[in-house]
Design a protein around this ligand. Sequence first.
Ligand code: SF4
Length: 368
Amino acid sequence: MKYISEFRQQDLAQQLSKAIAQTVDRGRHYRLMEFCGGHTHAIFRYGVQDLMPGNVEFIHGPGCPVCVLPTGRIDNAIQLAERPDVILCTYADLMRVPATGGNSLLKAKADGSDIRMVYSTQDVLKIARENPEKQVVFFAIGFETTTPPTAVAVKQAQAEGLTNFSVFCNHVLTPAAMQAILDAPQPVAIDAFLGPSHVSTVIGSQPYETFAERYAKPIVIAGFEPLDVMQSALMLIRQLNEGRHEVENEYSRAVTREGNLKAQALVREVFELRPQFEWRGLGLIPNSALKLKAGYADFDAEQRFNMPAIQASDVKGCECPAILRGAKKPQDCKLLGTVCTPENPMGSCMVSSEGACAAYWSYGRVRG
Ligand code: SF4
């Protein structure tokens, strides 16, 4: 297949649906965690759940970088943006995430803070070059997919001597989150994983092998199109039926076992592991996030502005933390579609284009 439309063909989806129905063991329940929000949105946008037998359940995972960022880090960014000498730049998804006291980056912008939405790290460098009298801070978030462009920007800033540019780094790591889910004191019942797709183009499929082996969980690296998700579900069901627990790669058109070695080397050159990092829903996870290495410390906004660690709570009644662990689903939240809507989000899962609550709202599953 060559074009994206081919991964959305109805007749092929129906063939896969039939194959899955013929493959499942009617006597067992299959709990498949789709790690990424991109998978969740594909499932709901294209009605994939409706094409599955009733005993195949999708459990939504934590693979939405906006969703897992704790409220305290948004508070940090707002404090920074309120400084008159700072221009804060970030991707649009973060703008409406609720911060403490009903605040958000969008509200702070409306109140006069200079906060700018950007499409790439190159936009941030351009703003820094054009505003030498200002401190330009990139509020960087994302899994392994978005880390290499941040590394490029830091190296470019260093090469250019762009001293008014810095990064508020919130890049996090998917294998650490998978480990946290599997090691949770009260683990959610999960039989197998639809593994990250875009992340795996960078890190490859190899890092998941340890989980498949140690926890006896089948993992299939799955693309984000509906046929990818269905084919991957079929591969997982076959593994479970046969008692296998391997890493298989459905997204072979983009992912290799080794991943993008050049991007990995670049990230290793600029970043190092934080001893621990707080995730919404998963708590403090060791070695789960990155910070700038000593050689690039001049570009570390946390050091430059002496940013404090802020402990903050989620909105009362918001079930985002449990949803991100796979312990609950959006319809378990009493605020869904009543108090909490995309226009008036109470939690990050309703804001992000990868959030599970946004998927339920956007594709009409709010009433379950
Ligand atoms: S519907 Fe809103 S309040 Fe409820 S879990 Fe989702 S984001 Fe939180």
